[in-house]
Design a protein around this ligand. Sequence first.
Ligand code: GLN
Length: 187
Amino acid sequence: MKIGILALQGAFAEHGAMLDRLGIDHFEIRKREDIEKPFDGLILPGGESTVMGKLLREIQLYAPIRALIQQGMPVLGTCAGMILLAKHIEGGEQPHLATMDIKVVRNGYGRQLGSFCTTAKYGDISLPLVFIRAPYILSVGNGVEILATVDRKIVAAQQGNQIAAAFHPELTDETRVHEHFLSLVHR
Ligand code: GLN
């Protein structure tokens, strides 16, 4: 199994460290040629979604990555990565990959409340969740399963091969979210 981590900007190295802990082979996707070799799953990290969305288009990664996801490649989008997946962004902003039927609110906790930690259930276990200028999910379409909520806001969801999390599982010791993603790769 080999996982590609989008490494244009943001918190990609931390996802790599998490996969190292789990003993999973991975590589960084920085340019068009990087996705020509075969791989089994994709991580879209946190960072700044507008910057990543722009770079994806500029270096011709947009269409091939979108196609891989639409063909069923398992993908984990965290924070800005979740925004990249969303079909709708509150406020009328242009969506990016637009493969997942969710509507997200960017900087959903206000710019003042930059980051915070809390605990919530992800599936049936409690996890520490780290939020950094995080978005949340305002609404989900048919076929989207809600995986976690904090204060009645949706912060993680799954639609088939796509998992989106508003928080940063790569910044905690908990491997649960990555293991859930990897279970899709084994499918
Ligand atoms: N605020 C960022 C955005 O809108 C996301 C923050 C993050 O990924 N930690 O793209």
